[in-house]
Design a protein around this ligand. Sequence first.
Ligand code: SF4
Length: 509
Amino acid sequence: MGALRLVLGDQLSFELASLAGLDVQRDRVLLAEVAEEAGHVPHHPQKIAFVFSAMRHFAQALRERGVAVDYVTLDDPDNSGSLAGELQRFAALHQPQAIHVTEAGDWRVEQALKANGLPITWHADTRFLCSRDAFARWASGKKQLRLEFFYREMRRQSGLLLHPDGTPEGGAWNFDADNRKALPRGLRGPMPLRFTADAISREVLALVAERFAHHYGRHDGFDYPVTHAEAEQLWQHFLDFGLGAFGDYQDAMASGEPFLFHARISAALNVGLLDVRRLCADVETAYRQGRVALNAAEGFIRQLIGWREYVRGIYWLQMPGYAQRNAFGNTRPLPAFYWSGQTRMNCMRQAIGQTLEHAYAHHIQRLMVTGNFALLAGIVPAQLCDWYLAVYLDAFDWVELPNVLGMVLHADGGYLGSNPYCASGQYIKRMSDYCQGCAYRVNESTTDDACPFNALYWHFLMRHRDRLEGNPRLGMVYKNLARMDEGKQQALWQRGEALLARLDGGEAL
Ligand code: SF4
């Protein structure tokens, strides 16, 4: 035979670099569902079903194009259980002249494949705008990296939202300040587009229910796109009904509104069912045709060519040491209610509840609710990272680890971002209606029914004063703390201590 081309579960693109030049007469493509990837953290059942179903549909689409595909299902009795094992097995079977693999999205997977001794030809993942090498060159010599400068570079390189003279559309690079409106009372997101499971998805869902019933998260209600055509429909739905309001309300949160104006395309994009360049071009066109405002178009494009590429670059630049970082020396285990949603804090119950139901929460819920709580409570970074990796449909190591360890927990000491995203309950009150339905009182800090975020916020700032007081973004906060009378400071500290002691005793708060 010719070449054996391994396609990983998050590489389901026809344009994948390792499929370039594929000879349908002689080459074979290998896809494998393996226990090691499905179970190395307790992935949400819908996430496993999504990846396996999308893989099976991709294999079918390749066969329809005349490609010879070796597809190994999870329950295949010959399945070795690991990607490296399956590649070894099929290489021995076919004796290919060459083996092609596109670089992985997970450091651990890539190391395992490299360690198996096969002569693999590796390909850069051209689905990203910025290669690992290009990011390393950009980062070289910089003590601290900052998204804003990287993002401008990517705008210049891509030409997106630029005037012909190279200046940014609208006279500024970044309209982040126009992306933070609270949701007006009564405004609801569009009807979500849902996809009905076909025979392939139903078969996968049955397999997942049988094999992963012990994982957290609901099996039923699976409605995600699993083909390129379905992902395209979801994307068009967002362009027509979500993007316009996304600009204003991308940071807003509302009870019973798990999706609001968010695209929910991140999982499809991360496994290769959508192409980032196409998405950005569509958004720019929508802006130029006057269908959406600049704050919506720029805000969306910033997430894709700025943040998404930035965190990937950091991941590959810093691994494997990055995963061990713990700048605050956190020692507190992840509270059990992260897996059950059983807490009296309504914001946490809403964010975790919809996560268990849909394997989805949007970025502010992840950053400012579940993430903020973990930051304030001093949760062990590796445990929180594993939680995010397990419960979110779109979470793959390259994107989850820097987002959680770096952005949420500031555990890299400020390498990825300059300041920790710590906030009291007032932020959640401003950006959501959660506090209205909460057992705790958001305007109280030290009483027994006071919002836990309030005292924990001040406790966090007091216990990390040495490290954070000099941070320019926190200067005003520490001045406010200094102005508080001694009694108030002590009461906040004691309330914080009491809350943390309850967490340590296994209470849910
Ligand atoms: Fe969350 Fe505090 Fe508001 Fe309750 S009062 S919803 S715990 S921020």
